[in-house]
Design a protein around this ligand. Structure first.
Ligand SMILES: NC(=O)c1ccc[n+]([C@@H]2O[C@H](COP(=O)([O-])OP(=O)(O)OC[C@H]3O[C@@H](n4cnc5c(N)ncnc54)[C@H](OP(=O)(O)O)[C@@H]3O)[C@@H](O)[C@H]2O)c1
Length: 419
């Protein structure tokens, strides 16, 4: 429970209704996204914003702007009465949450791109916003330049969503695009993604599916009003992908993509992240390089597809700027799905068709299939394609075996034919 500090409770941020003449912002974090925001802000004509101060960490780093912009003390921003909006763009989720909490308590609106912090602190962020009546916006945290959160909040307000499935991590999609056409090794493709600024500073988060899981949690909250704790959501990444798996995929006409899924199953919600063998007719097959693609399935509007750059300095900076701009007309998330009568529980009880590749001579360690469609035993490797219970897979020791790779066949229906 968050108890407001005496005298700190605000009835609204200082921004007045209607367009303001100039919005004053303080940026905390001036790395890939912070610098992207700065560039976008210089080039756009739509919003009058003034950067009052920028907080960074490393005193020895050379900076691209004059020294008077910078501080190493975040309270020079958080506690600065001149600043309307705190833009939190650091790569540390714990400190990021402290920044958001302290800013909101002081009545400052916050824009953040930190998906880990948002996913892990949903309940607290929700309560902070309710108690202090101050908005915290985070469009850039989920698929960067694709405006998926605001669409889920506003456009799908009255439609009943059935599922969301998407490529939500640009780094892994870039790596998979490069390795599947045989042009780069896994290591070089990762290095290339880092050099281009769309890999996280710690690539483990990308390649293990953790980053995609945080985004899946954010999608779950805005699509179904359910705050799922990331540690209760399954993520399986691409670290154990081998040349054998890539050959299997291409011979069968599939591309391997890391997919986040959120699906309504018998009035419960399943959220998970796993590589999928995506067939040519599935629209996600066409989403390559660092692009993200999100497919939304709803009862009335049927299927819609969003595509855009899910990472990188300028695409992410532009999403942050869009949130800053939204604050000028007092926009805040209302968490509309959470206000509706239907309240959902999470579930792991559903069937999944999977491909499991494991070493020759070893076993599936007790994992049982409901049905098997294909089996192969080679000199070095073997694989099985079949259907199993997802809840059984979650208990399997195969999940942590470095010599095993598991991929799912799509459950969703992403066969949108554009021509
Ligand atoms: N990169 C992307 O494409 C992308 C896309 C969507 C979302 N995001 C999210 O955006 C956020 C920023 O990512 P990024 O790629 O810009 O990270 P980054 O390039 O590693 O930059 C991080 C910045 O934060 C500063 N910083 C770290 N700890 C700090 C602290 N305690 N106090 C003050 N400053 C601190 C660093 O200072 P120094 O400069 O002194 O080192 C640096 O300027 C992350 O949450 C990330 O998940 C990134």
């Amino acid at each position: 429970m968050i108890i407001p500090d005496a005298g700190a409770l605000c009835t609204g941020i200082r921004l007045k209704p209607g367009k303001m003449s100039k919005i004053k912002i303080g940026i905390i974090g001036f790395g890939c996204v912070g610098r992207g925001l700065y560039d976008v802000l210089q080039k756009t004509g739509g919003i009058e914003a003034e950067i009052v101060k920028i907080c960074v960490k490393d005193r020895s780093k050379p900076r691209s702007l004059p020294a008077h912009y910078f501080t190493f003390d975040r309270y020079e921003i958080i506690a600065n009465p001149e600043i309307d909006v705190v833009v939190e763009l650091i790569d540390d989720a714990e400190v990021a949450f402290e920044i958001v909490r302290e800013s909101v308590r002081r009545g400052k609106a916050v824009v953040t791109a930190n998906k880990k912090m948002v996913a892990e602190r949903f309940a607290e962020l929700y309560e902070l916003q309710n108690v202090y009546k101050v908005p915290v916006l985070y469009e850039a945290a989920c698929c960067a330049s694709i405006p998926v959160i605001r669409n889920l909040e506003e456009y799908y307000d009255n439609d009943q969503l059935k599922a969301i499935e998407g490529i939500v991590n640009g780094t892994t999609n870039f790596i998979l695009s490069k390795v599947s056409d045989g042009r780069l090794s896994y290591g070089l493709a990762l290095k290339n993604a880092q050099d281009n600024g769309f890999a996280e500073s710690d690539p483990f988060s990308d390649v293990s599916g953790l980053d995609a899981k945080y985004k899946a949690c954010i999608l779950t909250a805005h699509a179904f009003g359910l705050f799922v704790e990331p540690q209760r959501v399954f993520n399986y990444g691409i670290e154990t992908l081998s040349g054998f798996d890539l050959r299997y995929a291409s011979e069968k006409g599939y591309k391997i993509k890391l997919i986040a899924s959120v699906k309504k199953i018998h009035d419960k919600i399943a959220t998970w992240v796993i590589p999928q063998l995506v067939p040519r007719e599935n629209i996600l097959y066409q989403v390559d390089q660092e692009y993200n693609g999100v497919l939304v399935e709803a009862v009335f509007s049927d299927r819609q597809f969003f595509i855009g750059k899910g990472a990188g300095s300028h695409p992410t900076g532009s999403a942050v700027l869009s949130d800053i701009s939204a604050l000028t007309y007092n926009y805040r998330y209302e968490y509309k799905k959470r206000q509706q009568k239907q309240q959902y529980e999470p579930t792991n009880e559903f069937e999944l068709k999977v491909y499991i590749r494991f070493p020759a001579g070893s076993t599936l360690q007790g994992l049982s299939f409901l049905s098997i469609e294909e089996e192969y035993k080679g000199r070095d490797v073997q694989y099985v394609v079949g259907t199993l219970l997802f809840s059984d897979l979650l208990k399997s020791p195969l999940l942590s075996d470095a010599n095993v790779f598991i991929a799912q066949f799509p459950t969703l229906t992403a066969d949108i034919h554009l021509n």
